[in-house]
Design a protein around this ligand. Structure first.
Ligand code: NAI
Length: 484
């Protein structure tokens, strides 16, 4: 018997979870369910992370959480319970599979174009760190962290998964043409890992082009790996390709703890009516079963589900409107009644059970803290983000006044566009400038020099933020302003 933690969730969560567990129980799976208190209702009781300490302990000791959707409490400063869970337990890879389901009509199924796409989305970093500051009353800043070890973890997972399922192609979606350092790093790591998998056809596509291609020729894609925000958007696009959120499963995979849930939310508009579609949660359940090695019963139940869909059985959100829809409970009963049957299309083969892939042990040390040695690092300057509503020339005059004999003022930019020493009178300005100072000559500068500059500039400006300009050998570890 394998024990797994189960959280019903909010809204339609308890209804669809009851339906899915009734299917699992009818299949007599060697599983024991330990229910944990987690969700908006737990948050309302005063637990700020949306779970009780007992729930946290249970999930951490069992390593597998099967969860219903959870409502994000409204209000500033309140973080999503779902995002907190994924980040706390380092479930770094979000895997979402999108497949043509016969009985679920879409533009593509009608045109006979098959879809079988797996999106692997980085799940921890990017703008989801939620590290945001108002630098002035008019300017908000979000810090977007993309890290080498974080990218490595998720990309390695994607390649390993693609290899196991015999993927035709693995594609990196990115915007490295614009975000040269962040998305550039993700792309660089992708091709580094690709070298270890010569049997896989690895390529990359700029994310906007990827979206266009996904809606015109989705059958050309197999496994796609993306950073967090882009992956979030692209995976919802893919959900639309196969019939909507009711059919989109998701697995949040970590080395120690993994979370299985549907992509959709709590559907407050239909909660409590027993009419929600449990398919996405059931598909997520198949991911869970396979994760713990239960291939055989997972494929048996999936065949029953595919058979049920093929025979036209449906809940209210999809299918032939001229035939009556079933409620959540009746839909689950229909799947159970079809145990042992095989669908005409895409029947899952018999695969014997396997050893679980996840090793469950406590994180004793943080291997990601150890960085690959990049050689010598020297500080050659600093970007000072200063609040001012003066014109660029006046800002430059004040900066120059304070920097004599200390630093060279190289450029001033506004929203990333250079406005000094050259610029255009057509560039619109906001009240936050970035003044870039570099060392005089070839000498490296120290943080003490920078503090002296900070002290001097602060006589005239509010300095909202600073960033060091590093050189790694002869490579700049910072981007240039547009026009610089
Ligand atoms: P939603 O996914 O709950 O609903 C969007 C639309 O899809 C609604 O019309 C809903 O009725 C329909 N829908 C969703 N799932 C369905 C199902 N299984 N069967 C039939 N129809 C279904 O998205 P919304 O309204 O933006 O979010 C509601 C709440 O859910 C929010 O508090 C949000 O933060 C939370 N949420 C939680 C997620 C999670 O727990 N992983 C994911 C997304 C949202």
């Amino acid at each position: 018997m394998t024990k797994i933690a189960v959280a019903n969730g909010d809204g339609i969560g308890p209804e669809i979870m009851a339906a899915v567990l009734s299917i699992f129980k009818a299949a007599e799976l060697p599983l024991e369910f330990e229910f944990v208190d987690m969700g908006k209702w737990v948050f309302d009781k005063g637990y700020s992370n949306g779970m009780t300490p007992e729930a946290q302990q249970t999930i951490e000791s069992l390593g597998i959480l099967f969860k219903g959707p959870m409502e994000t409490p409204k209000g500033k400063g309140v973080k999503s319970i779902n995002v907190t869970a994924r980040k706390t337990w380092n479930t770094y890879a979000n895997k979402r599979t999108f497949q043509t389901l016969h009985g679920v009509d879409t533009v593509f199924s009608k045109a006979g174009i098959p879809i079988d796409i797996t999106i692997v989305r980085e799940n921890i970093e990017d703008t989801y760190g939620g590290i945001e500051h108002m630098l002035t009353h008019d300017v908000a800043l979000s810090r977007r962290f993309i890290t080498r070890p974080g990218s490595m973890q998720v990309i390695k997972y994607a390649f390993e998964m693609a290899k196991k399922k015999g993927a035709r192609r693995i594609t990196c979606g990115h915007k490295a043409n614009i975000m040269k350092l962040t998305d550039g790093l993700f792309l660089e790591v992708f091709y580094e890992v690709a070298k270890e998998y010569p049997e896989l056809n690895a390529d990359d596509v700029i994310v906007d082009d990827l979206c266009m291609k996904l809606v015109s020729r989705p059958d050309l894609f197999d496994t796609v790996v993306l950073t967090n925000l882009q992956g979030d958007i692209v995976s919802d696009l893919c959900a639309g390709l196969v019939g909507g959120l009711g059919f989109a499963p998701s697995a949040n995979i970590g080395d120690h703890i993994s979370i299985f849930e549907a992509v959709h939310g709590t559907a407050p508009d239909i909660a409590g009516k027993n009419i929600a579609n449990p398919t996405a949660l059931l598909l997520s359940g198949f991911n869970l079963l396979r994760h713990i090695g239960l291939m055989e019963p997972s494929n048996m139940i999936e065949n029953a589900l595919l058979y049920t869909l093929e025979s036209g059985v449906h809940t209210g959100d999809f299918g032939d409107k001229s035939t009556p829809s079933l409620n959540t409970t009746a839909f689950a009963e229909a799947v159970i009644s079809n145990f042992g049957k095989k669908p005409t299309h895409n029947a899952r083969p018999f695969i014997p059970n396997q050893e679980p892939t996840q090793t469950h042990f406590k994180l004793e040390k943080n291997p990601m803290l150890e960085s690959k040695d990049e050689g010598t690092v020297s500080i050659v300057g600093v970007d000072m983000f200063i609040e001012s509503n003066l014109q660029p020339m006046a800002v430059a005059d004040k900066c120059l006044h304070h920097t004599a004999n200390l630093f060279k003022l190289v450029t001033i930019s506004n929203r990333g566009t250079q406005v000094w020493p050259k610029g255009s009178s057509f560039t619109n300005l906001v009240n936050l400038y970035c003044a870039r100072f570099e060392s005089l000559g070839d000498v490296a500068v120290t943080q003490v020099d920078i503090m002296e500059l900070y002290k001097r500039l602060s006589q005239d400006f509010k300095i909202c933020s600073t960033e060091l300009l590093d050189m790694w050998g002869d490579k700049k570890a910072y981007s240039l302003a547009q026009g610089q």
